[in-house]
Design a protein around this ligand. Structure first.
Ligand code: ADP
Length: 234
């Protein structure tokens, strides 16, 4: 089997699970409409909605994966704080119970694609919330050593065993544990995040904390002389 065959067979399997569930609940409702009370009907429709959302998310991620190698990024000078703020606003709506705390007094400039930087930050901050309990903190810190800009996202969640250092960045890889089983995901988010980060000359890594995980994004500081030579597009 080629990598392409592997990809197609995994994608088909991943698509089939929610589709089977949507069809099953729709068939049950059609066959037993008169016998079902309103509460059951509502519950079945909620499952159909949930599974449809899962499918949409999956298809969006699969499209991102297939586009990545050919995609042209629009790199320009940007301050990171605006992207961080946008990502926090998006995630706060989805995870209102988490305390997302930002320690980003100074703004730092990097050479990046605004939309893709937002996608990267949304993925990492969403994971920080997804794999930790409601009510816990997610801390976002930025710093620089004049060569690189660092964005650190710390959570108080279930943590990641160091043995998965490479694996979690691979396509479709999810670590089996109770919280992963409870949450929906495709295992494509970190693959996409790593690819986009590297396309912007950045690096991504993680380390375990006493409680939880810290993801670190590292991008070269915007340097006017160096970047003046680069054309737009990458
Ligand atoms: P998913 O769609 O499953 O969230 P990702 O590629 O974003 O896919 O992440 C891959 C796996 O890495 C997840 O399924 C989860 O097991 C693990 N993971 C990612 N981020 C975290 C985190 N902050 N804490 C604990 N586990 C994490």
């Amino acid at each position: 089997m080629t990598n392409q065959d592997d990809f197609i067979s995994t994608v088909s399997h991943e698509l089939r699970t929610p589709l089977t569930s949507i069809r099953g609940f729709a068939q049950t409702m059609l066959a037993s409409w008169d016998k079902l009370d309103d509460t059951s009907k509502k519950k079945f429709l909620e499952i159909i909605e949930q599974q449809s959302n899962r499918l949409i998310h999956l298809v969006e991620n699969i499209l991102s994966v297939t586009k990545i190698s050919s995609e042209n990024l629009v790199l320009k000078k940007i301050g990171i704080n605006e992207s961080i703020n946008t990502a926090i606003t998006v995630i706060k709506q989805k995870y209102p119970e988490h305390k997302i705390i930002k320690d980003t007094k100074k703004d730092f400039e990097i050479f990046a694609d605004t939309e893709k930087l937002q996608q990267i930050l949304i993925n990492i901050i969403e994971n920080a919330c997804k794999y930790s309990e409601n009510g816990t903190e997610v801390n976002i810190k930025t710093s620089t050593d004049d060569k690189f800009v660092y964005i650190k996202i710390q959570d108080e969640g279930i943590g990641i065993d160091e043995e998965y250092t490479q694996k979690i960045f691979e396509k479709f890889s999810r670590i089996d544990n109770p919280l992963t089983r409870k949450t929906q995901g495709s295992g494509l988010g970190l693959f996409i995040t790593k690819s986009l980060t590297e396309k912007m000359n950045g690096e991504i890594s993680f380390k375990s904390l006493e409680k939880g995980t810290e993801f670190e994004l590292k991008f070269p500081v915007y340097n006017i002389e160096e970047h003046a030579k680069c054309s737009v597009g990458h």
